[in-house]
Design a protein around this ligand. Structure first.
Ligand SMILES: Cc1cc2nc3c(=O)[nH]c(=O)nc-3n(C[C@H](O)[C@H](O)[C@H](O)COP(=O)(O)O)c2cc1C
Length: 183
């Protein structure tokens, strides 16, 4: 199984990057091949339809699309910004979805999760991702895995402190891989 994984934060000390790293190591331990996309390194310019029409997709976008297309499933790990997802993540999704004829999201299974320093566990951002992914013709894995009060949730090794939450993450990722394998 090939998984394309991306965090929606570009912050060096990002809790979502920590959560992504945890998930990636578990997916790899379960035998999946994971391609981790670095949104900060990609440094995508803002989506501009004029660029798409006049000079075509930038090389960095072509690379993003190819990497998504190669994957069997996607893992998006996103913070919540103002009850939705960060613009940097939406911008990457918007670029990658263009043009519709080569939309690499079509038919892919997308697992999503998120961490926030707030109490609400990114539930509204997760709903936004589901909504966006439906627009991209992708399938959203039902259910949730979210981390609230992220500043208290991780230990110094980047592991989740709470045993029940650790177990939930294992179950969530197993369900993702089981679905990718065909249920
Ligand atoms: C512009 C902005 C808006 C935010 N809005 C929300 C929000 O609506 N809900 C929430 O739970 N946290 C919100 N936060 C707090 C983030 O969850 C917190 O900064 C988190 O650590 C960001 O993720 P990261 O650690 O992966 O960078 C917001 C933060 C920023 C910078």
């Amino acid at each position: 199984m090939k998984v394309f994984a991306m965090a929606g934060s570009v912050r060096a000390q990002s809790f979502n990057k920590k959560l992504l790293a945890l998930a990636v190591s578990q997916l790899q331990a379960a035998g999946a091949e994971v391609d981790v996309y670095d949104l900060k390194a990609a440094n995508l310019q803002q989506y501009d339809a004029d660029i798409e029409v006049t000079s075509g997709l930038p090389a960095v976008v072509v690379d993003l699309k190819e990497r998504i297309a190669k994957a069997d499933g996607l893992l998006l790990v996103s913070p919540e910004y103002n009850y939705s997802i960060p613009g940097v993540l939406k911008n990457a999704i918007d670029w990658a979805s263009r043009p519709p004829a080569t939309n690499p999201f079509k038919g892919k299974l997308v697992a999503q999760m998120g961490a926030t320093t707030g109490q609400g566990g990114t539930l509204q951002a997760q709903s936004a991702i589901r909504h966006i992914m439906v627009g991209c013709m992708a399938w959203s894995l039902p259910g949730w895995f979210v981390v609230s009060k992220a500043q208290e949730a991780f230990d110094e090794q980047g592991q989740l402190k709470d045993a029940a939450q650790k177990e939930q993450l294992v179950k969530f990722l197993k369900r993702f891989l089981d679905e990718l394998k065909g249920g």
